[in-house]
Design a protein around this ligand. Structure first.
Ligand code: PEP
Ligand code: MN
Length: 267
């Protein structure tokens, strides 16, 4: 592959307010799949901030496979997310799926998420090159490492060096789980670029009982962060409830993840 601008990028760290995506710490992003109501996002933010979660997530413009599924609260959801983040002092990440949504979202969010279905949306990627906020770029579920790196290159070469890569599982012949977590993406990306790389075990597996093991695997592989779906009542979630962890269970996981990160750091 031709020498890319992402490789010449001199910064090793992406900073979001006080949170740094660097190799020193595994940044934790957590929250519900979707901002379903003001109450749910406030309850989530209140509990997650106390657990030491670094960044709050919550989808508002949802790219659903079925047009009949809940499509998200859109602008209203972004406002609830913003208010919750303000009250509990948490930076925010949420997905944008069209160019038109970008200006509005930039007023409220700290990180713009580009989902798996939009990794190939080149006009959107180019526009993200001119914003002054970090972009969380998810890997398309069938993208090669090269295609994913070139998608990041669209953003960096257009002027925005603050890109965070996110491995969220790919499609393979295995269909017992929602996707297959490609853990090799973590060390591979570290040999190719100094962009931070995080892992989303929730969409990678689709089932909450696997999230803990996959999160540990990501930490052991050297991931710079994790993005995990949690919900106060997963059984009633409007989206991705089966892969969402209850807040109390997540609290225990946070403690063990901190312990593991400390061990891995000393290796
Ligand atoms: C999400 O994180 O809300 C999401 C829709 O993920 P993905 O784009 O990886 O499916
Ligand atoms: Mn989801």
């Amino acid at each position: 592959m031709k020498e890319l601008k992402i490789n010449k990028r001199d910064k090793k760290i992406v900073k979001v307010r006080e949170v740094e995506f660097s190799s020193d710490k595994c940044v934790v992003i957590a929250g519900p799949c979707t901002v379903e109501s003001e109450e749910i996002i406030f309850e989530s933010a209140s509990k997650l901030s106390k657990m030491g979660v670094d960044i709050l997530r919550g989808g508002c413009f949802k790219p659903r496979t079925s047009p009949y599924s809940f499509q998200g609260l859109e602008k209203e959801g972004i406002k609830y997310l913003y208010e919750a983040g303000k009250k509990y002092n948490m930076p925010l990440v949420s997905e944008v799926i069209t160019l038109e949504q970008l200006d509005f979202a930039l007023e409220y969010l700290d990180i713009i998420q580009i989902g798996t279905r939009n990794m190939y949306n080149y006009p959107l990627l180019k526009e993200l090159g001119s914003i002054d906020k970090p972009v969380l770029l998810k890997r398309a579920f069938s993208a090669t490492y090269e295609e994913w790196l070139l998608a990041a290159e669209y953003i960096v070469s257009n002027g925005n060096e603050n890109v965070i890569l996110c491995e969220r599982g790919i499609r393979t012949f295995e269909n017992s789980l929602r996707n297959t977590l490609d853990i090799s993406a973590v060390p591979y990306m570290k040999t190719k670029t100094n962009l931070p790389i995080i892992v989303d075990p929730s969409h990678a597996s689709g089932y909450r009982e696997f999230i803990k093991s996959l999160s540990y695997a990501a930490i052991a592989a050297g991931a710079d962060g994790l993005m995990i779906e949690v919900h106060p009542e997963p059984e009633n979630a409007l989206c991705d409830g089966r892969q969402s962890i209850r807040l109390d269970e997540f609290e225990e996981m946070m403690i063990s993840m901190k312990k593991l990160s400390a061990v891995v750091k000393d290796l």
